[in-house]
Design a protein around this ligand. Sequence first.
Ligand code: CR1
Length: 834
Amino acid sequence: QPKTPSKEDGEFRDYSHSEIARDAATIKNSVVMHLAATFLRTPSNIDSAHAYLASAFSVRDRLLQRWNLTNEYHDKIGAKRVYYMSLEFLIGRTFDNALLALQLRDEYANVLGDVGFRLEDAIDEERDAALGNGGLGRLAACYVDSMACSNYPGWGYGLRYKYGMFQQQIINGYQVEAPDCWLDSPNPWELPRPDIAYPVKFYGHLVRDPEHEHRYKWESDVVYDAMAFDVPVPGYGTNNVGNIRLWSCKTNTLFDLNKFNAGDYQGATGGQVAAQILTDVLYPNDNTNEGKELRLRQEYLFCSATMQDILARFKKSGKPLSELPDMAAIQLNDTHPTLGIPEMMRLLLDEEGLKWDEAWDITTRTFAFTNHTVLPEAMEKWPVPMLDKILPRHMGIIYDINLYFLQSVEKKFPGDRELLRSISVIEESNPQQVRMAYLACVGSHKVNGVAAIHSDIIKQTIFKDFVRVQGADKFINKTNGVSPRRWVNECNPDMSELITEVVGDRSWVNDLSKIKVLEEKVDDKDFCKRWWDAKQKNKGRLAEYILSTTGIKVSPNALFDVQVKRIHEYKRQLMNILGVVYRYHRLKQMTQEERDKELHRVVIFAGKAAAGYWVAKQVIKLINSVAEVVNSDEEIGDVLKVVFIPDYSVTAAEYIIPASDISQHISTAGTEASGTSNMKFVLNGGIILGTVDGANIEIGEEIGEEQIFFFGCLAHEVEDFRHYLRFHQPKPDTALQTAFDMIQRNTFGDAHIFQPLIDAVMRGGDVYLLSVDFPSYIEAHKAVEAAYRQRDEWVTKSILSVSRMAKFSSDRAIQEYAEEIWNAEPVPVRGSII
Ligand code: CR1
């Protein structure tokens, strides 16, 4: 257990002096210094890009100072470390977040004002760090934020992709991808660490150590160097600064001077190119496994460098390796980093010379695994021949892990061959495949799902046999959470002011349970009016954003109905747009007088489709085609507007989420493991229209079912419906049929391009049960409209909901992980800034 140092510990530094200078003169000096020394500019010769860069570098200096102290402190007192391994970190912007965390926002605004710039404009110069696809990557970013804010000695580990999530352009209604060259301008939020680099081998062959059963020498000429970049994670209201260590492939040593001298210029740089490609791009798939060899190599580079780094840090403590699990906890963010398990084994066996049992005990006590999906197309499996070629030693270790595991199963359930076949890490297909979820499970001491329903489902489906064999206690639930720093305090300043006023101070930002007192305000007319006004202001801000990104004018007085997330069949954006088509049809049937009485609505979509996901891309096209027709229909005017905001990102979400009246989370029951934007929307005073799925369920439990609009079939009914629809044509209700007809009459352009979407429902078995849920979906929309017309009651719902959302703070989630999985404790760096 970490202990607080005392003078008796010998040399001891008083960390409470980590206070940073915050007076205007010092801040201004540092900004001017960076303008001159880092960017060769003078205060009379700057633009807002350099105003941003110079201030950001100045803030970074302050962060790095604390970063150093934090790590030195944790080393010194021997704190147990937590490592969150994730191939994705969807960080977004850092500048504003850092200013708020350090409580220096006003100070920097003043200094920038002095040189003629607005802080808001400087903030807008920053490009998102979009090293992730969607919920899974953003969750990782929220979790490192919470670890820093709650003083856990936790680091994220990831890859530094040169090209992050692609930029989405909408051309002629279609998604077109452009590379995200986010590192083109200087990135103040990373610190290159050329001194921290590890060799990572691929291919080659094995030489067995004749003296030791499990010890091999792995010989290969293909060796890359993974170099560290550190990304400081500001802790709000604490001296602790967290870290995300990202690996990038070093290429300079791979230049072949001999080839160059012989005139073979391409050959001379070939090695560099091959190395660079390893960390060049983020695979743009959300919830889909592509099985590409390059991806496997990315995963291994990441895992190898991380394991070597973790072991190197541990070994500095001088403790025996058997104590690693007491000093380090490693969390696998889905199966993507699972190769960390055989890599840890390799290092312990081949490099450290441990015996198998000892190495395995250390490994399994150190690792834990989070599963984030049950979609079959997302399950990572690697062909045995591919693994064997690229990572021969790891393939051998995986075989041995599986062998000993199956022997233990056989002992417990003698003769149950079917069980052995189904639980084996190796799938007996042609070619054989390694099931990464099983490997992660066998190599971990705890496995968790990300919402209560999801954690139950995985126990009944993919890990059913493991529950039998390894016991139910290994499988637990850790409902996701989101950071109140970014997802309330930063993105919604007006509502945050109201909350602060009621709580009495801003402590709720680090302790969300304090927002409970908001509940007392539901009868305060004046407060309710200000609550409503804050929402309207956010809607006005979004209306401007929509105008500037799409050219479409929308009125903040309409109901803002939002669905923003990755475009995926299971998330059913198709159902949403078909609902819009049906609404459009109804409006067209009305007289002008009747239409005037209708509630005005802006239906807002945003989200990216994986570049190779054709159906999802057709859905984007349909949304844009419907938008074009509806928005230019003068009869309809402001009664209905449809908007597809291009290039959804963390920053776009920060505009969109605080402005929603209603948001849609309408996945087929049982398919959305948790969802996290649902939490963000409610925390920003929006109401959910959703299915009984993922974290929607727990949100409903917390805030009360009157505050949420549920519809659709339940998870346990899905199987039967699917079975039925495999053999029978769906029977669309009149609303759905009307929507199909309207599309097929070419109302939104050539119907042929949309026919495959209709066919998926009508002829393809309707896997996502659109035809089943559509009638109740339309009913739910009616209920929403009726409720929104009762403004006072609506505001009450909104305030009550927010006040009851404490559970969904990522701080709560991290505390649960720390107590029930990591056995780690908060270690505040002594001294406090507030
Ligand atoms: C799930 O689809 C969940 C996030 C974070 C996603 C989503 O429901 O909120 O993870 N899963 O837990 C995923 O990306 C690879 O799986």
